[in-house]
Design a protein around this ligand. Structure first.
Ligand code: PLP
Length: 436
C-alpha cells in the first residue's frame, strides 16, 4: 500500500470535506474485505466463471523470429469478458460495494470502456448503475453508449465545461458527495484520491500474479515487461509482483500522438509540457499550462488520451524503476497490423502502444529471455478508427450504404422496435421484474 496514501511525493487525498468520510469508509471496508476469506473466494469464483480467468500467456513464434531478439510473449488480457482488463477493477469494486451494503453504483467514462465494464459488472451483481459521460463523448462513442444501455445502465450526458472526461469526473464526485450512504463511486483507473490508487492496483494485480505463475511453470526467464499507460491501471497491475525487485525491466508506453508539440500527445512522463500538479483530488504528473490548467491531449487511442497519470507510476518513473517511452499513433497502427497478420491477434489501439514499444526493444534483450507484452484489450472496438485509416474509401461507401438502408427502412424499424420490447408492454414487464 501507499504510505498514508502517498507514493513518495505523489498521491494523497486533496478533496472537499464532504468526500473525506466516504473515502475513509471505503478505505476501512477495503482493508477488511481483503482479509475476508469469503469475499476473496467469491471474487475468485467470479474471476474464473464470469471474467474467464486466467487469461492465456501466448508465445508469439512468428513475431519472435521476425523481430530477431528476445522471445515475444503476449498476455491476452483482451480475452477477458467485455474485451479488456477494465472488468477486473469493475467487478472488484462492485463486489466491495455490495459488501458495504451499497445498492447504487456511479462511474465516469471518457471513451466508454470503463463505463461499459462497470455497467456489465452491475448487471451481473444486480446493482443500479449510472454512468456520467461528457456530452461530446456521448455523441462520439455511440457503440459503447448502446452497450451500456443494453446492460441496463443509465448514461447521463454531462454538459458542463468541455463536456468530456474531466467534467464527467467532477459530476461523479458531486453525486457521490450528495449520496454517500447508498452509493459507491467506481473510479476507472489507478488514480484519483487515496485509497483509489491502492484499490485499483490490487484488483488489477491479478494480471501480474498470473504472469508470474505462468512464467514459473513454463520456465520462462523474463527480460522485460511492457504495458501501455493511460491512467495506469493495466500497467500497475501487470507490474505489481515485480516492482520491489531490480529485475525485469518494466516499460510503460505512453501516447506519443502525432508528435512532441503541446496538444499533440498525452506524454505525462516524457513530454515537454509535463509537470507536477494537483488535479481531481491527487498529486501527480500532468500536462498543464503555465496557470496549472489541464492542456488538451491527443492520441489515436481514446483510452490513453488523459492529461494525468496514476501517482504510483509517477513515483516509480521518477525513481527509475519503470522506464517510460512514448509511441506515435502511426507506430501503434503498424503494431496492430504486425500482430494481426503474423500472430492472428488483434490488439486494441491502446495495447498496440505496448506492442510497438516491445517491437523496438526486442533486439536489446538476449534471445534466451522473454519480453512480455500486456495486451490490455482486443481491437474489435476500434473498427470505427482503424477502418477509415486502413481502407478509407471502402469504409465511407459502407457507411453511406448503411445510412441509406436505415433511412429507407425507418418505418419498418419503428414498428419492429414496438414489437420486440421497447413498447409499453415490454416496459411494464421490466417493472414487474423489479429491475427497471
Ligand atoms: C482504458 C484502457 C487502457 C488505459 O487505461 P489504464 O488505466 O492505463 O490501463 C488501456 N487499454 C485498454 C484496452 C483500455 O480500455
Amino acid at each position: 500500500m501507499g504510505n498514508n496514501g502517498f507514493f513518495d511525493n505523489y498521491g494523497g487525498k486533496y478533496v472537499a470535506e464532504v468526500l473525506r468520510r466516504p473515502l475513509d469508509e471505503l478505505e476501512r471496508a477495503f482493508t477488511e474485505a481483503m482479509a475476508d476469506k469469503d469475499f476473496l473466494a467469491e471474487l475468485d469464483l467470479i474471476r474464473r466463471d464470469y471474467i474467464g480467468r486466467e487469461t492465456p500467456l501466448y508465445f508469439a513464434p512468428t513475431a519472435t523470429k521476425l523481430l530477431g531478439g528476445a522471445q515475444i510473449y503476449i498476455k491476452l488480457e483482451g480475452l477477458a469478458n467485455t474485451g479488456a482488463h477494465k472488468i477486473n477493477n469493475a467487478i472488484g469494486q462492485c463486489l466491495l460495494a455490495k459488501r458495504m451494503g451499497k445498492t447504487r453504483i456511479i462511474a465516469e467514462t471518457g471513451a466508454g470502456q470503463h463505463g461499459l465494464a462497470t455497467a456489465a459488472a452491475c448487471a451481473k451483481l444486480g446493482l443500479d448503475c449510472t454512468v456520467y459521460m461528457g456530452e461530446v463523448d456521448v455523441r462520439r462513442q455511440q457503440p459503447n453508449v448502446a452497450a451500456m444501455e443494453l446492460y441496463g445502465a443509465k448514461v447521463k450526458p454531462v454538459v458542463s465545461g468541455s463536456r468530456t472526461l474531466k467534467d464527467a469526473v467532477n459530476e461523479a464526485m458531486r453525486d457521490w458527495a450528495a449520496n454517500p450512504d447508498s452509493t459507491h463511486y467506481v473510479l476507472g483507473s489507478a488514480l484519483g484520491p487515496a485509497p483509489f490508487p491502492d484499490i485499483v492496483r490490487e484488483f488489477q494485480s491479478v494480471i501480474g500474479r498470473e504472469v508470474k505463475r505462468q512464467c514459473e511453470e513454463r520456465g520462462v526467464n523474463i527480460g522485460a515487461m511492457v504495458a501501455c499507460v493511460g491512467g495506469g491501471s493495466n500497467s500497475i497491475g501487470f507490474f505489481e509482483p515485480f516492482i520491489n525487485q531490480k529485475e525485469p525491466r518494466l516499460i510503460g508506453a505512453e501516447a506519443g500522438g502525432i508528435g512532441p508539440g503541446i496538444g499533440e500527445n498525452a506524454s505525462r512522463m516524457t513530454g515537454t509540457a509535463a509537470r507536477d500538479g494537483i488535479l481531481q483530488g491527487y498529486k501527480s504528473r500532468f500536462l498543464l499550462d503555465e496557470d496549472g490548467q489541464a492542456l488538451p491531449t491527443r492520441s489515436i487511442s481514446a483510452g490513453l488520451d488523459y492529461c494525468g497519470i496514476g501517482p504510483q507510476l509517477a513515483a516509480l518513473g521518477r525513481s527509475g524503476r519503470i522506464e517510460f517511452t512514448s509511441v506515435l499513433d502511426k507506430d501503434a497502427l503498424e503494431a496492430v497490423q504486425f500482430f494481426a497478420r503474423n500472430e492472428g491477434i488483434l490488439f486494441a489501439l491502446e495495447s498496440a502502444h505496448a506492442g510497438a514499444a516491445a517491437m523496438k526493444i526486442a533486439r536489446e534483450i538476449p534471445k534466451d529471455q522473454a519480453v512480455i507484452i500486456n495486451m490490455s484489450g482486443r481491437g474489435d472496438k476500434d473498427v470505427f478508427i482503424t477502418s477509415p485509416v486502413f481502407r478509407p474509401k471502402e469504409w465511407l461507401d459502407f457507411l453511406h450504404a448503411e445510412i441509406g438502408r436505415l433511412e429507407s427502412r425507418k418505418d419498418i424499424h419503428e414498428a419492429e422496435a414496438m414489437a420486440v420490447g421497447q413498447g409499453p408492454e415490454a416496459a411494464a414487464l421490466r417493472q414487474d421484474s423489479g429491475r427497471s
